[in-house]
Write a protein that binds this ligand. Structure first.
Ligand code: 4NP
Length: 150
């Protein structure tokens, strides 16, 4: 299974989701690959935000090697599951979908914790705080792994 985490800038939220799930996948020894991308490309080529790096490190997750990149339509071919952080990312990705198969791959990540509620992961800088966002994504990633074991 190939999973892609998506947010707007690919420097705050999706790098955390990427790193957290990647570390759980390693522990569970699952044959999965995880990556992340942004819908904007504003931060292409940049490392994650220093506060995302810091909260990840405090929780034994290393995201320092990640590099921000733009989501591209090829990602629909390269990934089985595309997990968006908020409704705006969801809409942007759905607009790029070429067919029903593409659309079926796109889900809101917090629906793993709050099914059907379409809750968004807040921008940690302005709203959620980096610890709060880390905890939300950690819970969601636990559910993603659990779901696969069912
Ligand atoms: P992210 O946060 O989508 O969680 O990476 C943001 C980072 C940068 C911007 C927006 C959101 N920006 O507009 O530059």
């Amino acid at each position: 299974m190939k999973i892609l985490m998506v947010c707007l800038g690919n420097i705050c939220r999706s790098p955390l989701a990427h790193g957290i799930l990647e570390s759980k996948v390693a522990v569970a020894n699952l044959p999965w690959t995880v990556d992340s991308a942004g819908t904007s490309g504003f931060h292409n080529g940049e490392a994650p935000h220093r506060e995302s790096i810091s909260v990840a490190k405090a929780n034994n997750v290393d995201i320092t090697k990640q590099v921000s990149r733009l989501f591209v339509q090829q990602d629909f071919d390269d990934f089985d599951l595309i997990l968006t952080m908020d409704t705006s990312n969801y809409r942007d990705i759905m607009r790029l979908a070429r067919n029903e198969e593409d659309k079926n791959k796109v889900k809101m990540i917090l629906n793993y914790v709050y099914p059907g509620q379409n809750r968004g992961v807040p921008d940690p800088y302005y709203e959620g705080g980096f610890d709060g966002v880390f905890n939300m994504l950690n819970e969601a990633c636990d559910k993603i792994i659990e779901r696969q074991k069912d």
